[in-house]
Ligand binder design. Structure first.
Ligand code: PLP
Length: 393
């Protein structure tokens, strides 16, 4: 007898994957450049040359060290280098003890949730949210509650959040810059959130962790700066990844940052290590641990994403689409011209436009367009978007 829940996770593919697979088949029929695939969040900017250079240099090093195990939490020298880089950027005083290396943000989140959740504990996230949170929280035998989206500006719907926090609340999961809205939570939002959580901690005499999912931290436009969450709230667990910032999603590399200011920080760090051990997420790939340490202060040139954002946002709004102006990540969140975003996404297929309905992000009535694609794809797709909207006018 199988574990039915695992069977279900493994056999049901996500809407995004389904669209992507449909696109591959469709391309065989009508040609590569006739299908406008905006389904996946796979970075289109190549990894910076410095990453390749670091890898080439590393490959000259003795193989035993390069391909051998590191400690479960990651190479101490790598963690020290990353901690120092964060200290330079954010004025913090981290050491290697504050970091646990992971195979990307997915593992960072899954470990963090496991480290703090007891069965029946509650986590709250904010719509629209990354759908895998539901799987990760359920797998830790906890419950995920979702604060409805604040569709005015896609910040946080504080009235709802306030009502949802109870003595059972173990953690709040946020993601900014946000997938799928592209919105960056403002400093005011983070300050308000921190105040609310502190007030609730005092009221219930509990610890409420703020898990901040930040794979898009470095992908922001208009010279905007993303508030550094641990600065505002002590019980923060920061989940980071190089998947998007260095365009390395296939290499599976990231970290969890646990600040010393968190309640019972030493026990929390031990629980993170314990959860990593229990889940089998130990010793992240050593070659890439070392490579990212050599690129710790590197900033990828994201001007191609910014150009795409402007082209798509201006193109679609001038056609009459209602869009949230993205400040970060590489997604545009567009209001569906009919209430059922699934039906709208189906209709878009007629024009070979592959856009993701928002229902699985907990915010029905929108579609997500991933603009981490070639500029030409956007230019070529705009006439198709024009034909699509005409059906509603
Ligand atoms: N969180 C968000 C919001 C994401 O968009 C993604 C990937 O798209 C992840 C987590 C997982 O990232 P990783 O590839 O680093 O595991």
């Amino acid at each position: 007898m199988l574990n039915e829940q695992m069977f279900e996770y493994g056999s049901k593919s996500s809407v995004i994957r389904e669209l992507f697979a449909y696109g591959l088949e469709r391309k065989k029929i009508v040609g590569e450049d006739k299908v406008y695939d905006f389904s996946l969040g796979n970075p289109s900017i190549p990894a910076p040359m410095e990453v390749k250079k670091a890898l080439m240099e590393l490959l000259e090093e003795p193989a035993e060290a390069l391909h051998g195990y590191s400690p479960a939490s990651g190479d101490p020298e790598v963690r020290k280098t990353l901690a120092e880089s964060l200290n330079r950027r954010f004025g913090t005083s981290y050491t290697e003890d504050n970091l646990y290396m992971t195979v990307g943000a997915a593992a960072s989140l899954r470990i963090s949730i496991q480290a703090i959740a007891n069965p029946e504990d509650e986590f709250i996230t904010v719509a629209p949210f990354f759908p895998e949170y539901s799987v990760w929280v359920a797998d830790a035998q906890a419950r995920l509650l979702v604060t409805p989206a604040d569709t005015k500006n896609f910040q946080i719907h504080f009235d709802s959040l306030k009502q949802m926090i109870t003595p059972k609340t173990k953690g709040i999961i946020i993601n900014s810059p946000n997938n799928p809205s592209g919105v960056v939570y403002s400093e005011e939002t983070i300050q308000r959130l921190a105040l609310l959580l502190e007030q609730k901690q005092r009221e219930y005499q509990t610890t409420i962790y703020l898990i901040t999912d930040e794979p898009y931290r470095e992908i922001v436009y208009d010279n905007l700066s993303v508030p550094y969450v641990p600065r505002y709230y002590n019980n923060t667990i920061l989940c980071y990844s190089y998947s998007k910032s260095l365009s390395l999603p296939g290499e599976r590399i990231g970290y969890i940052l646990t600040p010393d200011e968190a309640d019972d920080a030493a026990r929390l760090k031990a629980a993170i290590a314990g959860a990593g051990r229990a889940l089998g997420y130990v010793c992240a790939p050593v070659l890439f641990q070392k490579a990212i340490a050599r690129c710790a202060d590197l900033k990828t040139n994201i001007s191609a994403y910014e150009k795409n954002r402007d082209l798509l946002y201006h193109g679609l709004t001038s056609l009459g689409y209602e869009c949230v102006r993205p400040q970060g990540a590489f997604y545009l969140f567009v209001k569906s011209p009919e209430p059922d975003a699934g039906a709208f996404s189906e209709r878009a297929k007629k024009y070979d436009l592959l856009i993701v309905p928002s229902d699985s992000f907990g915010c029905p009535g929108y579609v997500r367009i991933s603009y981490c694609v070639a500029e030409k794809t956007i230019k070529d797709a705009l006439p198709a978007f024009a034909s699509l909207i005409k059906e509603y006018q």
